[in-house]
Design a protein around this ligand. Sequence first.
Ligand code: NDP
Length: 302
Amino acid sequence: MKRKVIIIGSGPAGYTAAIYASRAGLSPLMFAGLKHGGQLMDTGDVENFPGYRNPITGPELMEDIRLQAERFGTEISYKMIIKAKLDIYPFVLTDEDNQDWITDSVIISTGAEAKWLGIDSEKKYYGRGVSACATCDGFFFKNKKVVVIGGGDTACEEALYLSNICSKVIMLVRSDRMRASKIMYQRVINSTIDIKYNTQVIEFLGDDVLTGISTNQGNIVCDGAFIAIGHKPNTELFTNQLDIDDDGYITTMLGSTKTNIPGVFACGDVQDKIYRQAITAAGTGCMAALDVEKFLSQVKDV
Ligand code: NDP
């Protein structure tokens, strides 16, 4: 059966698009994938999502948003989309059972994943001192000593943010230079942040919670470690079909969620390398649903 709109991905962007699209009578079908909920499913307490005056865990927040989307009639499939044919119209998406789905519009909200160092102790201390998001978790390290791993713009931003909260911030840069833009680098230099070059993490140390890091330059005592070595947007399905920038993010037109293909819209972290917050993802999800509604009203025979 032909659908008016299919949403791929089930983070805050996808679910918000689903809420708006279902309330607009577009009967959206969402492919949530095997692991619904996106990056917030790996997050502890969320304290900065408006509307919750008490902390809520990432999984609880995503469950609330899912139920809200379903209340208005969003249909959710927990299958993966494995192929997208966007060069024909209507578009054809194929799920993991090789079933084809024909749709007049697509909202891509497949998100991004933080890159990890890939060492065992990283998993052990994740949520117990190790984090990949200073805006999300920095508050829990108020007046404490933290380390930021990475030397790009993200690492600089995270370190600068933390320097307003924590008693001490140290950046560990694996080579003898930072990759960050000049302006971000200058801001770090002008701050109280310590930079240790040629320093690579060997293991995270501690008991129940993180207490330090062993590096090739010796051990560092700290309460928190923020890994900021880049993100990987989930765009493999769309390579060679959509405009994708040098960092792998889907390019959207300024002030909208339109991609280079009319009828295909992108929202959330798959197209955002700057803000990357649940609330900004939700905001662009809302935009995507409104953009779809307008697009469908202009397409004949829908
Ligand atoms: P980048 O790829 O730019 O930087 C990654 C950093 O992490 C580099 O210093 C890299 O070191 C280091 N790194 C990578 N792997 C490891 C590892 N295994 N161990 C230790 N260190 C490692 O990623 P960003 O997320 O910082 O930025 C991505 C893009 O987003 C950039 O274009 C950036 O400008 C942009 N951005 C823009 C912002 C803004 O405009 N406000 C904010 C944040 C990002 P090495 O250099 O040795 O490879």
